[in-house]
Design a protein around this ligand. Sequence first.
Ligand SMILES: [Zn+2]
Length: 176
Amino acid sequence: MDNGFRKIGVIDYQKSKYANLFIIGSFVLSISVGAIIIVLSDSTSNNILKGQWILLGCLCYIIIHESVHLIFMKIFSKERLCLSLKFPTISVGSNGKFSKRQFIIIALAPVVILGVVLALLITFCSESYKFVLSILLILNFAGSGGDYLQVFEMRKYSMDTFFQDNSIETSIYKKK
Ligand SMILES: [Zn+2]
């Protein structure tokens, strides 16, 4: 099947010694910075949305985040997409082989695009929605530790390397 490609290795993120550093580190850092901003901006006092709406917002955020990964995978490759659900995490993958540049775009597109969209919404929306949008912005940066880790683990591979992520591990290929 994989004519033209030679498999040279696999990245197992669970075995990475940086996994906890990235996932827990980005979580703690984003929540701390976010909490300080929320307190300083006093956005809780104008908040009109109840807890269930915030939870629903978080759920929508996660679905949109994963969809952005999938959209970019589909843009770069026509191969079949896959999805793995291991509560509480959901991750998506594709049978396509992506160049290093494409793989970096796929990994970072959600955190960058949704980060910009949420920052714009916070700037221009009414005071009453700033709190819930700030929570989603924190979730954006806090929940993307796995994506940062993916990009970080690619650092040792050259630009002519190809990556295939089945949503559990990433296989590494070179052109024959
Ligand atoms: Zn992601």
